[in-house]
Design a protein around this ligand. Structure first.
Ligand code: ZN
Length: 323
């Protein structure tokens, strides 16, 4: 992370770049500032992920409520139509003053109650009325619940937008802090959880948490989101064949088929630095963005790891091993 780069910078970067040899205190202050910034970024990303998960859950719950309301509405209409027919029949054949009862009632429930107490109503009619009444109460309750969910959803969107702005501000600050630092990634072969990886897929500064299997619309998250400013370079984490792709959810994406057989997905890119073909570990292949279904949210790289091209596994430990 930032700290690793900072230490590397002061150990390896020619002094000419930083206009003379930095003092021990300068190095210490710089490191402290970078550490503080990284801690804040990690916290913000954690809060953002938490709010986002809650947001997805509420959107899914709202969708279920909408479906339930639709079903209830249909059922209620059928019951009310049946009830109307019965009321008409009672009015026509049993000489009940339908209009009198109707005009005196204050609302639909009152209207039903009036009929319910009417001795002319048979047990079968009472059943129809009770069922319509139950459905209407259920419908009203579901409608209220839905409104609560919508309010909660709006509050979460507000929170997400605040966190996103906070994150963007911190990334800008971190970029300024690291502006003189050498940009090339550290390439070193490592095997983590059976997956060979040579460098972190995103350039500094970045922040991420374990978002594997977090709730998503209709499925569980199959990758790990690495947050960074829009346009931050993405590195090939291994040498292999890159294939660029565009999809509705993934937006601009790269599938990197490693020379060892492991496959890595890079999604929501802002742009590509390569075309289809072989790339080397550490080479810039694309740039962090918010394309696909990440549009409007905080810019991040959705990173997936598929050992030997099979099912996705949690990239978090793999990423932790290199960044
Ligand atoms: Zn993702």
């Amino acid at each position: 992370m930032i700290v690793a780069i900072v230490v590397t910078f002061f150990l390896l970067t020619p002094f000419s770049i930083c206009q003379g040899s930095p003092s021990f205190n300068q190095v210490k202050n710089f490191k402290n500032e970078a550490d503080n910034l990284q801690t804040k970024l990690n916290r913000i990303v954690g809060e953002y992920n938490f709010a986002y998960n809650e947001y997805v859950e509420i959107v899914c719950a709202e969708k279920k409520s909408e479906e339930k309301l639709k079903k209830l509405k249909k059922e209620l209409r059928t019951r009310e139509e049946a009830l109307n027919l019965r009321l008409k029949a009672i009015y026509m054949h049993e000489k009940l003053s339908f209009l009198h009862v109707l005009m005196d009632s204050t609302d639909f429930n009152d209207f039903l109650s009036r009929f319910y107490v009417c001795e002319k109503i048979s047990a079968r009619d009472a059943k129809v009325i009770n069922e319509a009444k139950r459905l209407r109460i259920e419908f009203q309750k579901e409608n209220r619940d839905m409104e609560v969910k919508r309010i909660h959803q709006r509050a979460l969107l507000d929170r997400l937008s605040k966190k996103q702005k906070e994150m963007e501000g911190k990334f800008e600050k971190a970029k300024t802090l690291l502006s003189g630092v050498e940009k090339s990634p550290q390439v070193k072969s490592r095997i983590i959880k059976g997956v060979r990886i040579k460098c972190f897929p995103v350039a500094n500064p970045y922040a991420y948490g374990n978002s594997w299997l977090a709730p998503r619309k209709g499925h569980r998250h199959q990758g790990c989101d690495v947050f960074a400013a829009k346009g931050t370079p993405c590195y090939a984490c291994v040498s292999g064949r890159a294939r660029i792709s565009h999809s509705h959810n993934g937006g601009k994406s790269i599938y990197l088929n490693g020379d060892d057989g492991d496959v890595f997905y890079y999604m929501h890119l802002n742009g590509f630095a390569v075309t289809d073909g072989h790339v080397e570990a550490g080479q810039v292949i694309g740039y962090v963005g918010d394309t696909g279904n990440a549009r409007g949210g905080a810019c991040h790289l959705h990173f997936e790891v598929h050992p030997k091209g099979g099912k996705a596994v949690n990239p978090y430990p793999v990423l932790r091993g290199v960044g």
